[in-house]
Every structure is written in C-alpha cells, then in structure tokens.
Ligand binder design. Structure first.
Ligand SMILES: [Zn+2]
Ligand SMILES: [Zn+2]
Length: 295
C-alpha cells in the first residue's frame, strides 16, 4: 500500500491527483491519535463502516486547479475529522460536479450553507430534470428524518405511543407489511423510513439517478404522505423534540414547501402549521368519526 502521510487540515490539498494515493491519506492531526499512526490494517478495519457511510453521503471529489500547480480538493470527511471541521471545503457549481451523484451533492451543499433558507434549497437549477430533482430531495428528507427518529426514540416507545396518531382523527396503518397493520408510533416510524429507503434504492424503480421513468416518479407521493406522519406525530405528541429539531433543521418547513410546490400531497393532509407557508384546515366538528387509514 502507498505510504500514509499526514495533513493538518480536513480539506486535503495534494500535489498529485492520483486517486489511489488519495484513498490512503490520513488527515487526523497527531493529537487526536496519541498512539500515533496506527497500522494501515487496523485503521482501515476500524473505520470501514464510517468511511462507507461518508461515501454514501458525499462520495465525490473533484479536481480544482488553482495557483501555480495542479491541486486536488477532496470533498470528503476523512475518518478522525473533528465535528467542527466537517465539510470544510469550498462550494462547487453544479455544472462542475461531474458525477452521477451531482444533484445530491448540490442539494447537500446548499443545505449546509443555510438549512433555514428553504426557498434557496428548493430552487431548481436551470435545465435540471424535475423528476430527478424531486427524487433526490425526497431521498434527502428521508435521510434527515432518521435524525428526528433517533431523537424521538428517547421518549416515544411502544408503551407511550401504542398507535401511530397525530390528531384524534386517524390511526395510521403501517404499510410496510403484506397487510397494512397497526404498529406503535416508533415502529411505524422505523418501518416507514426503512420502506422508503428500500423503494428509493430499488433497482426496479430507480436503477438510475440521472434518468427516472414517470412510473417511478409516480411512487413519490405515497412515500411523502407516509413519511409526513412522522412530522405530525412528533408535532402533536412530542412537541419539545419537534421544536428543537425544527429550530435546527427547518425540515418540516422545507418538506411542507416541497410537497406543496410539486403537488405531492394534498394540503388538507398537511396538519402541522408552518407560519407564513401553510395553515392546516380546521378539524371538523361533531360530524367526524375517528378512523383508520393507510392512505
Ligand atoms: Zn410517540
Ligand atoms: Zn410496521
């Protein structure tokens, strides 16, 4: 294997664009590893999972030629990078992102710049395929909703929330089973996010991330409707968790603007109020009956 070298910054600037050499770069400062550089085998073993996860999120690197000599900026958080140093690399224009993950990379870049700037995040670049744009945003929502699920499971358990509800109007059935059935709220959350991940990664419906068939795009509204219930359960049953997550991410606001903009959900199903964006319909009076739905 090539020699492991040190670099002081997470934005690794290398003289050589040789990707084989880049793969073995170690960018943690020595003080983070008091034992010094571990053997290559040990380092690789301990970081395999983290590295794989990072590659899924931002598996891109692009050459950036500047100054007197060619330099390569690696847009990747290497194992050992401090949280404060995550994503410390310069932005890249969408047209300069030459990978099949360019749209995801672009969306994540705009979110990192300012997660509360929903309008900017959802502004589709010119000449972008709208189906791919919607698909990549929904993927991103599902990834970020996993963080809300992690926060929820501190207090949302099969004992505290035996059914998936938001208001008293509906009990939502979990569609992740052969026959839709009642799952506890936290199980509904896990099963629905797993189901969404399976669908969005399915080779049958989404074999490509640059060219998506209309029939596959037609799968997106039902996924939106199901994952939205995670927001509404959190809002009506775990308000402090919802509020603190929303303060940091504006995720429910972004989701609401997204589904309204692209007609992916009917406004009457959006029951979390988003100031300046959406006011939910008032709950019907005495003529409504509680019911079950997997719609
Ligand atoms: Zn709950
Ligand atoms: Zn279930």
């Amino acid at each position: 294997m090539p020699t492991v070298e040190e670099a002081s910054s997470p934005t690794v600037v290398l003289e050589s664009p040789d990707i084989g050499a880049l793969e073995s770069q170690e960018n943690s400062p020595p003080k983070q590893h008091p034992e010094g550089l571990m053997s290559e085998g040990g380092e690789e073993t301990s970081s395999t999972t983290a590295t794989a996860a990072m590659k899924l999120e931002d598996a891109t690197s692009s050459p950036d030629y500047g100054g007197d000599s060619p330099k390569t900026i690696i847009r990747r958080n290497r194992p050992g990078t401090k949280l404060a140093d995550f994503y410390q690399w310069p932005d890249l224009a969408l047209e300069d992102m030459d990978t099949t993950l360019a749209v995801q990379q672009y969306i994540q870049q705009v979110i990192r710049r300012n997660p509360t700037d929903v309008e900017e995040i959802l502004s589709m670049p010119a000449n972008q395929d709208e189906g791919v744009w919607k698909y990549e945003h929904l993927r991103q929502f599902c990834m970020e909703l996993n963080s809300l699920a992690v926060n929820l499971q501190c207090e949302c358990t099969a004992d505290t929330c035996t059914q998936m509800t938001a208001t008293d109007q509906w009990i939502f059935l979990c569609a992740a089973h052969k026959q839709p059935r009642e799952c506890s709220a936290i199980d509904y959350t896990r099963h629905t996010l797993d189901g969404a991940a399976c669908l969005l990664n399915s080779n049958k419906y989404f074999p490509s991330r640059v060219d998506i068939k209309e029939q596959s795009i037609a799968k997106l509204p039902s996924t939106c409707r199901r994952v939205y219930r995670i927001f509404s359960h959190a809002y009506f049953h775990h308000r402090p968790i919802f509020d603190s997550f929303e303060d940091q991410t504006s995720l429910c606001r972004r989701f609401t603007v997204f589904v309204l903009k692209y007609n992916l959900m009917s406004p009457e199903n959006l029951i979390v109020p988003i100031p300046g964006v959406h006011t939910p319909p008032t709950v019907q009076g005495s003529d409504y009956k509680p019911g079950e739905t997997d719609a």
